[in-house]
Write a protein that binds this ligand. Structure first.
Ligand code: TRP
Length: 455
């Protein structure tokens, strides 16, 4: 970094910022619908195992790489293995992955921002159930509205990044995360006090192993990594900001547990309500944007309040995640060039706006453009869900488990000998063997499934 490296000012701030990164659209928009799709409680059990055995382990590797080096991806890898400069390419790949993810993320976040406005102005409430789907598709195919909302969302994110690590990211996360928890709890209470809510709860929690399938297991691992924001260098950057005397194991444990709790609470806020109003729980990605508005409308006048609250919650979650993605790229650019933090933020924001807008228009103005037979959004989605994240994650665990010195890892995890790290053997085994094998299986199976969709 051109300005002297400045990290988070407190352990609480560091944890809130990292929880902010982890809790995002992945928890509130994605987790509930895939949990519903793959057998509720059965999926949850597998997910919990992956989150703690692989996701959290990966988070610790990134924190160690980042905090030890005090660098961003690229230099962070080389610092930990100075004789193998080639590892910097893994850093570049991580940064590129963050760019692709944020470009898609701001599109969805723009939709969410639009839904706050549409629910606050009563537009959503005025629609008949049959019109809600059309309203959604008219919006996403509109020639400029999705771009306008994307710009609003991205600019807010950029302004926070301009505030800096402590006064921007940390200050905002310390306020927004508790607010988010309160909002989700209020929505949970509303949902479980509706008539017949127990049907929704049992759909969510009673394990149906017949619906799990191999595909569900793979989805659980992919979701675990995405939800924890690991495997893309983001936690390397945040790791470099973690105070030197924080316990990395405890920090990672708290973040992982909070992220999982919020995902489950989001399910509790959504499914009982969906069942109570006789809607389709397995509607997939459209659950939040098409099914929930119907649910809110069925609640009568007060539904508007819950609708605004819900979309606001989703936007807050998205904001703190977008911050971490943008920060990763900005911090990298500052460190690898002579451009200062302010200019880096402007440059990266412009790039994100450009790539994001192209994605946002892919269902509308640019719907004729195809890459490898897919819409632009579909292509970026494939990159982000099938290829880039597992490749970066495999690179990271192999680097950590097989390239970094074991003594250096022990030194960093134990805060130079101050802490006992009784878990080390199990941890090291997970990083060296279990994580790379599991990730390779995910990578190859999902590439195979995308190339031969009918098998
Ligand atoms: N974890 C976020 C979510 O659940 C998404 C996210 C933010 C992310 N930063 C990331 C995913 C970095 C991977 C890498 O929505």
């Amino acid at each position: 970094m051109s300005d002297k490296q400045q990290g988070f000012s407190s352990s609480f701030g560091a944890i809130m910022a990292a929880v902010g990164s982890a809790v995002g659209l992945g928890n509130i928009w994605r987790f509930p619908y895939i949990m519903g799709q793959y057998g509720g409680g059965a999926f949850l059990l597998v997910y919990l195992a992956f989150v703690f055995l692989i996701g959290m382990v990966l988070m610790m590797t990134e924190f160690v790489i980042g905090r030890r080096s005090q660098h961003t991806p690229a230099k962070a890898f080389v610092y930990n293995r100075p004789d193998r400069k080639g590892w910097r390419f893994l850093g570049y790949l991580c940064v590129f992955t963050c760019l692709m993810i944020i470009s898609q993320y701001v599109v969805l976040s723009g939709w969410t921002t639009n839904y706050i406005v549409d629910s606050a102005t009563g537009t959503l409430a005025s629609l008949q159930t049959s019109e809600i789907g059309t309203h959604f598709s008219n919006f996403i195919t509109h020639p400029w509205l999705p771009v306008m909302y994307l710009i609003i969302f991205t600019v807010i994110t950029a302004v926070i990044i301009l505030g800096g690590v402590q006064k921007g990211i940390e200050a905002v996360s310390k306020v927004l995360m508790p607010v988010l928890l309160v909002l989700v709890l209020v929505l949970c209470v509303r949902s479980i006090t509706l008539p017949n809510s127990s049907v929704g709860l049992s759909y969510l929690f009673s394990p149906d192993f017949s619906k799990l399938s191999g595909e569900g297991v793979l989805a659980a691992l992919g979701q675990a990594l995405f939800s924890l924001s690991v495997g893309m260098g983001t936690m390397i950057v945040y790791g470099s900001y973690i105070p030197a005397n924080d316990n990395i194991f405890k920090t990672a444990m708290l973040i992982t547990a909070s992220d999982t709790l919020i995902a489950v609470l989001a399910g509790v806020a959504i499914f009982p309500a969906v069942f109570s109003f006789g809607q389709d729980p397995a509607s997939g990605p459209g659950l939040v944007f098409q099914v929930l508005p119907t649910v809110f409308n069925s609640m009568g006048g007060i539904g508007t309040v819950f609708a605004v609250m819900f979309f606001f919650l989703l936007a807050l979650a998205a904001l703190t995640s977008a911050i971490s993605l943008l920060e990763t790229i900005v911090a990298w650019l500052c460190e690898s060039s002579s451009v200062n933090r302010y200019k880096s933020t402007i440059i990266v924001t412009l790039v994100v706006l450009a790539v994001g807008s192209v994605c946002a228009l892919s269902d509308g103005l640019l719907s004729g453009v195809k890459i490898l037979n897919k819409s632009i959004f579909g292509f970026v989605d494939d990159l982000n869900s099938i290829y880039l994240p597992p490749i970066c994650a495999i690179g990271t665990v192999i680097f950590f488990g097989w390239q970094m010195k074991k003594e250096d890892i022990i030194d960093e995890l134990s805060n130079h000998g101050a802490l006992k790290i009784g878990y080390f053997k199990a941890f090291y085994f997970l990083v060296r063997y279990v994580a790379p094998i599991a990730l390779l299986v995910v990578l190859f199976t999902s590439i195979y499934a995308s190339l031969f969709p009918n098998n």
